[in-house]
Ligand binder design. Structure first.
Ligand code: NI
Length: 224
């Protein structure tokens, strides 16, 4: 399941993030890449020792983990600190799947869900689509500033070459309480039906059945 979430960051937060990144130091993205990714990764990332990294993370991660749509789609157990990536003209990130395990020893997590938060407007650059292989073919994603795309980390994906302007994104990974994408998708859809029933027909017997089924299915599949 691939879902897009509008307005993860409101304008005020977005302005702060982009203004901070404008002044920040970026380094070669290959420095944080694994062996296979090094060959295809050609971008820049915010330097890990940046003084304002923590503040940026609080804003970007804070907004994401509090977002109802993100919570329902990712069922997050752990959310990693984001990377801030910049692609200027000629930059690209070739086909790859994200590393299965990330984080420092002792703080490792499995990557189940990948998230890209777009930080500048699609009109600011040409090319630079996030192209994700799904079972229904390729999906090309280029969203408004502040919006996010959430997809299974096991999907093959790439970032098309930026041919004009600059593309700015935050990317992060989530270990989900439900590791299998197909199960997460069932829970996501069942929850949509459940929420609509709870709102519109709170006293119906069917509503209670769907509610109890969702809760117990989640319990059955959840791993902590
Ligand atoms: Ni990736």
């Amino acid at each position: 399941m691939l879902i897009t979430i509008p307005n993860v960051l409101d304008q005020q937060r977005l302005d702060f993030v982009t203004q901070t990144l404008e002044k920040a130091k970026f380094v070669d993205g290959k420095l944080s890449a694994g062996m296979a990714a090094k060959r295809v990764k050609n971008n820049e990332e915010l330097s890990a020792d940046d003084q304002q990294m923590q503040q940026l993370n609080n804003i970007v991660m804070g907004s994401l983990v509090q977002h109802e749509e993100f919570k329902a789609a990712a069922l997050p157990l752990r959310v990693a600190a984001p990377f801030y990536a910049r692609y200027s003209k000629g930059m690209t990130y070739g086909d790859h799947v994200d590393d299965p395990i990330m984080g420092n020893p002792g703080q490792q997590y499995r990557t189940d869900v990948s998230t890209t938060v777009f930080l500048n407007e699609p009109e600011d650059y040409e090319g630079g689509e996030l192209v994700i292989n799904t079972s229904f073919g390729e999906q090309k994603i280029k969203l408004a500033a502040g919006s996010a795309v959430v997809y299974p980390s096991g999907s093959l994906h790439h970032v098309a070459e930026v041919t004009k302007g600059t593309r700015l994104v935050a990317v992060t990974w989530t270990q989900s309480m439900v590791r299998e994408p197909a199960k997460r998708e069932l829970l996501y859809n069942l929850n949509l039906a459940r929420e609509s029933l709870l709102k519109n027909r709170p006293d119906d017997n069917e509503t209670k059945k769907i509610d109890v089924t969702y809760i117990n299915l989640f319990r059955m599949w959840a791993e902590l």
